[in-house]
Design a protein around this ligand. Sequence first.
Ligand SMILES: [Zn+2]
Length: 340
Amino acid sequence: MTDKTDKIEIMVNDEKKMINQGLNLKELFTEMDVDPEVAAVRLNGDNIPTEDLSNTVLTAGDKVEFVFFMGGGAFNLSEEEIERYSRHIILKELGGAGQQKIKESSVLVVGAGGLGSPVSYYLAAAGVGTLGLIDSDVVDRSNLQRQILHYTSDLERPKVESAREKLTEINPNVEIKTYNRLLDRENVRELIADYDVIVDAVDNFPARYLINDACVFEEKTLIEAGILRFKGQVMTIKPQEGPCYRCVFREPPAEDAVPSCQEAGVLGVIAGTIGTLQATEALKQIADIGKSSAGSLLIYDALDLSFREMGINRDPDCPVCGEDPEITELIPYEISCSIH
Ligand SMILES: [Zn+2]
């Protein structure tokens, strides 16, 4: 009896795992939350037939591999993709079906800078089917402290060109669409119409409001974020379900009222923290997992080491998503790159 509660160490898909002594392979499926219908199992290099699972008791040092197959059209992933995304597929909440949703999804990242770098790195690595990237800038030396898509050898190159190279190298399965231009009132609605999720990775207020309003009009999910100094915030906007950016901040601040990162500085890694949260939110929306973050604003303060979540309600008087909106078409804001 006492033996049964002792733990032994085995390897599962190259990772160490402590299990109860006496556990058989069938019980391991349950313990790992793997559906026996979508995976075959190999023990120390040998395939184990389904009928032998319950009488195959694991011993210390065993090497177990779950191999996921494309059975009965359950999901349409190549063998290369199944291997590449195996750490996703093994997650019960995601599985092959979730990875399939990611593969079929399209995300537009507006801005290939501080936030856009981690966002697009992780979305490309995760296997998003189509990743759009819009930015009209070229790489400047002062970008390199946080815009990790761009290397010293990329100075003066268009950011979208530099980005495409890195992202293709990470995951050639992803279709990268780049737009070397400014987002403006004329092109924004047409651009976002082609994508499932929009990520706001811009660094100026005119663009932020333009994207918010366009996403409200086109009913697109928008992952919004901003960073400054040692702080950052992120908010998921689902126009049909919760508040928009204007429900929180009705009008852009007066020019020069809020300093830009150029004027006030930003700890580079804050872009990584917040951009990674944006990528996580985008993947959650695509795979439809976890709690809906519509209606919450998450504020991170690095110096305090604190995260604060603020519940935000939809404002019935919101000028763009309220009951009687006064903004019914896009406002011609002046978008300048001068604060890049
Ligand atoms: Zn609103």
